[in-house]
Design a protein around this ligand. Structure first.
Ligand code: GLY
Ligand code: MN
Ligand code: MN
Length: 439
C-alpha cells in the first residue's frame, strides 16, 4: 500500500488550488454483473488519487472554507459485522481517521444531513455532474436549499463547477512514487508478453494465451488485467477492440496481443506486441511490420520536452504513410494523403494516449488551440499500427488491396515516460525487433 504522506501532499495541493470551492468527490459503487453477482470492485481513480481508500459507497469532501483540521472529511460505510461476514472487511468510521488521515469521518448514511453544514461559507461547489447518480441528487437538494435560504443567510455557493480540470492536471504529471509504480506495472506486463510469446504454437487458442498472460499478472500480485486483454490471431487483429479471444492460432498468421496489468493501487500497463505464430514472418507480414516498427521507434524518439501528443502522432503517421506508398498500398504524396485522410482505411486510430490510474488517463491534450506540451513526469503510450482488411472501403483514388496483404493487423505499443534528456520506455523488456521474434 502506498504511503499516507503521498495522499496528504496531494490533498494539500488540491485544497490550495480549489479557490474557496468545496469539492465533493464520490467513490465508485459496486456494479451488477448479473442476478445478485457483482463485478470485482474498481475504485474511482479521482477518489483513489486523493484518498487511497479502496471501498465503495464513500464520499470525500475537501473544504477550504473550514479551518485546518476539518478540511478533509470522509463519509464511509459503517462497520457492520452482519454484512462484513458476507461481503468482507469494512474500514469503518474510526479507522477512516486513524488509517487514512481523514480530519473527520462519518457514516455515509449521514451524508445529506451533514453536507448542509459543511458547505457553509464555500464560494462554490466543485462536483462532477452526470457521473454519480446516487450522490448527485443529494448534492443538488442541499445546494437548492442553500440557494432558497440565501436572502436570509446572505451567503451560498454561487457556482457549480467540475473539479476535473484542476484534479486531472495534477494527475497528468506523475510524482516519483507514481513513476515507480508505473515501472512496476510495465515490468509485469512486459514479462507477461515475453512469456506468452514463448508459449505460442500453431493449434493453440487465443484463449490459452490470454490465460498465460493473466496468470502472470495474478502471480506477480497485480489486481488483474487493466482492460479486456486482446489476443487476436490473423485477421482478428484488424478489429481494434477484439476481446472474444476464441479462435485457434493458425500456422502462417500473426498474433497481436494488447494486454497490460493493473496493480493493486491501480497503476496500469498497456502494451501491444505482434509476432508470427510459427516463428517466421512472411515477406508481406515482415514488410508491414518493419514500417510499423520504424514509425513506432521514431515516434518514441520524438517524445521530448516541448513536443506534444499531436506531434508524436504526426511523426508516426508520416512514416506509416511513406511506407505504404513504397509498398504500393497508397498512392499520392505524403502530405496530400494525410490532408485528405486517405490512409484511414489502414490506420484508423491515434498514436497514443496518457497512461496512469486510468488506461486512457485523464488530462487535456489540447487547451483551446494550444497543444499541451510534454513535460517531465508525463506518461503516454506510443502505439502506431496498420490493419489491412476488407472492413472499410478503399477511398476514391487509392489502390485496391491485393489479397496477399489481407488479414495482416499489426500494432506495436509501448509505455513511455517523458524525461529530461530522453524518453524512458517503461515497457522495453517486451522485445519487438524482427530477429527477436523469429526462430
Ligand atoms: N488497450 C487499449 C489501448 O491500447 O488504448
Ligand atoms: Mn493504449
Ligand atoms: Mn493497448
Amino acid at each position: 500500500m502506498t504511503n499516507l504522506n503521498v495522499f496528504l501532499q496531494r490533498r494539500a495541493r488540491f485544497l490550495a488550488q480549489l479557490d474557496g470551492k468545496a469539492a465533493i468527490i464520490p467513490a465508485a459503487n459496486m456494479v451488477p454483473h448479473h442476478a445478485d453477482c457483482q463485478y470485482p470492485f474498481r475504485q474511482d481513480s479521482d477518489f483513489w488519487y486523493l484518498t487511497g481508500f479502496d471501498e465503495p459507497e464513500a464520499v470525500a469532501l475537501f473544504l477550504p472554507n473550514r479551518s485546518q483540521g476539518e478540511q478533509f472529511v470522509l463519509f464511509v460505510l459503517p462497520k457492520e459485522s452482519g454484512i462484513e461476514v458476507w461481503n468482507g472487511f469494512r474500514c469503518g468510521v474510526e479507522d477512516a481517521v486513524n488509517n487514512y488521515g481523514a480530519d473527520v469521518a462519518h457514516s455515509i448514511d449521514e451524508f445529506s444531513e451533514r453536507l448542509t453544514d459543511y458547505l457553509k461559507g464555500a464560494d462554490g461547489i466543485a462536483f462532477r455532474v452526470g457521473k454519480h447518480p446516487k450522490i448527485e441528487p443529494l448534492v443538488m437538494q442541499v445546494w437548492a436549499e442553500q440557494l432558497e435560504h440565501l436572502p436570509r443567510t446572505g451567503s451560498a455557493a454561487m457556482t457549480l463547477a467540475p473539479p476535473c480540470p484542476l484534479l486531472h492536471q495534477l494527475r497528468l504529471r506523475k510524482e516519483p512514487l507514481e513513476i515507480e509504480r508505473m515501472r512496476e506495472a510495465a515490468r509485469i506486463s512486459a514479462e507477461a508478453h515475453e512469456l506468452a510469446r514463448s508459449k505460442v504454437r500453431p493449434g493453440m487458442t487465443e484463449r490459452q494465451i490470454q490465460a498465460v498472460i493473466e496468470q502472470h499478472f495474478l502471480e506477480q500480485g497485480a489486481r488483474g488485467p487493466a482492460y479486456g486483454s486482446i489476443v487476436a490471431g490473423g485477421d482478428n487483429a484488424c478489429i481494434l477492440h477484439y476481446t472474444e479471444n476464441s479462435s485457434p492460432l493458425r500456422d502462417g498468421e500473426l498474433l497481436l496481443i494488447d494486454a497490460g496489468c493493473s496493480l493493486m493501487d491501480y497503476y496500469n500497463g498497456d502494451i501491444t506486441r505482434t509476432f508470427p505464430i510459427n516463428g517466421r514472418f512472411t515477406s508481406e507480414q515482415k514488410a508491414i511490420y518493419e514500417v510499423v516498427l520504424e514509425a513506432q521507434i521514431a515516434a518514441i524518439d520524438s517524445v521530448v520536452l516541448g513536443q506534444n501528443a499531436d506531434g508524436v502522432h504526426m511523426t508516426a503517421l508520416r512514416i506509416l504513410v511513406r511506407g505504404l506508398l513504397e509498398l504500393g498500398l497508397l498512392k499520392g504524396t505524403i502530405d496530400s494523403i494525410i490532408e485528405n485522410d486517405s490512409y484511414r482505411h489502414l490506420y484508423m486510430h491515434r498514436t497514443g494516449h496518457w497512461l496512469g490510474l486510468d488506461v486512457h488517463d485523464v488530462g487535456a491534450y489540447r487547451l483551446g488551440d494550444y497543444n499541451v506540451e510534454l513535460e517531465q513526469g508525463m506518461v503516454l503510450t506510443v502505439e502506431p499500427g496498420l490493419y489491412i482488411s476488407d472492413r472499410l472501403p478503399v477511398p476514391e483514388g487509392q489502390p485496391e488491396i491485393h489479397n496477399r496483404w489481407k488479414g495482416i493487423g499489426i500494432r506495436i505499443e509501448d509505455d513511455v515516460l517523458v524525461d529530461k534528456y530522453k524518453p524512458e520506455v517503461l515497457s522495453q523488456k517486451a522485445l519487438k525487433q524482427v530477429d527477436a521474434l523469429e526462430y
